[in-house]
Write a protein that binds this ligand. Structure first.
Ligand SMILES: *[C@@H]1O[C@H](CO)[C@@H](O)[C@H](O)[C@H]1NC(C)=O
Length: 352
């Protein structure tokens, strides 16, 4: 029989307690760490995978991390609608706003609604905006337009991309469209190409617009062995100069790729407007007039028409045959908002 002294017992007991608590501490630390790994994985997943996961929401048993598995990719393929032949790449349409203007927000909603009702071979529809819109206090019409946008994002499958602009604003820069794109384009890595279309504007023919991405070889990533990547008849390189320019070209093809040593290659192109047919796909209102001046040739109608703005940011309605129908359709998607309000004020200035 071994006799245990009082002090031996207390050493054994306290050692036991020490091990018990150390183990508990380790286990809870491990659980926390796993939790944050999941959060990080959630945060860094690219939008299309997040979207694919979103498409699977009905399967409640779905492991939120299963998009990391290879068969999640397979499911994504199956979820793709019957795509037109040639739509082999991964493309997106993009509209963005750096200023929260209700009329422009409603124009973007209308564009995405038209895309979803008319149908398009381009799977992803993106809307980019400064993240601060989600938290700052905004005027009533702006807040109303944004809540309509959020509702529309579910209804029409718009992928909203709030971009943290503090890197620009804290350095004293104003928020511009080019800066927003500069800071946000990193999210386009998984696309072969993203086609930006200026808002305000109006979609006339989504099939024609699709053809802009699908009918000709795209420059894509720079590649010495592929001549279209650096000498492309249809797409002219125009780098994004966010320090110099505030506005983007009204139609702009963005390609972002991860290249060697963790460097990012971001390329911007505008369509070659002298290329017959191609240059008329996206035009200003003059493109519509040209088509009407002839014999109402439907083939000559643009796919998308961007509207010009005056110095005060108001859409010019003169010489724009689409203005009336655009305004009427804006009211359909933004029921309850007074979009002519600002313009009336504007006219008043002239009266006084
Ligand atoms: C644009 O298209 C025209 C007409 O096909 C062509 O002559 C011209 O070389 C093209 N521009 C570029 C930069 O490729």
């Amino acid at each position: 029989m071994v006799l245990l002294t009082h002090s031996t017992v207390s050493v054994i007991v306290s050692t036991g307690i020490f091990f018990l608590f150390t183990s508990l501490l380790f286990l809870s630390g491990y659980a926390l760490q796993q939790q944050s790994v999941r959060n990080i994985q959630h945060a860094i997943r690219p939008p299309d995978q997040a979207k694919a996961a979103g498409h699977l929401y009905k399967r409640s048993t779905q492991d939120p991390l299963s998009y990391l598995d290879t068969d999640a990719d397979q499911e994504r393929q199956e979820l793709q609608p019957e795509s037109t032949p040639g739509a082999t790449g991964n493309y997106a349409y993009l509209q963005l706003l750096s200023e929260p203007d209700p009329s422009n927000i409603c124009s973007a909603i209308l564009f995405f609604k038209q895309l979803s009702t008319a149908g398009t071979a381009i799977q992803d529809h993106l809307f980019m905006y400064p993240q601060e819109w989600d938290t700052m206090s905004l005027s009533k019409p702006i807040a109303a337009a944004l809540s309509l946008l959020r509702a529309a994002s579910l209804k029409y499958g718009i992928w909203l991309l709030p971009i943290d602009m503090t890197a620009a604003t804290s350095a004293g820069y104003t928020t511009t469209d080019t800066k927003l794109l500069r800071l946000g384009q990193i999210q386009f890595m998984q696309y072969d190409g993203v086609l930006y279309l200026q808002t305000p504007g109006m979609l006339l023919d989504s099939a024609k617009l699709d053809a802009m991405l699908l009918s000709r070889p795209l420059p894509l990533r720079h590649d010495k062995s592929r001549i279209e990547s650096y000498n492309n008849e249809a797409w002219i390189p125009v780098p994004l100069r966010s320090e110099r320019d505030a506005d983007l070209p009204p139609v702009y093809l963005i390609t972002v790729n991860n290249i060697d040593n963790g460097h990012i290659e971001a390329r911007g192109h505008i369509p070659n407007v002298s290329l017959d047919g191609f240059g008329r796909i996206v035009t200003g209102p003059w493109g519509v007039q040209l088509a009407y001046d002839g014999n109402h040739d439907q083939d000559k109608q643009p796919g998308y028409v961007f509207f010009e703005r005056d110095n005060e940011g108001q859409v010019k309605w003169a010489h724009n045959p689409l203005f009336g129908s655009w305004r009427a359709q804006q009211y359909e998607v933004c029921d309850g908002l007074d979009l002519d309000d600002v313009m009336v004020d504007h006219d008043d200035e002239y009266d006084t």
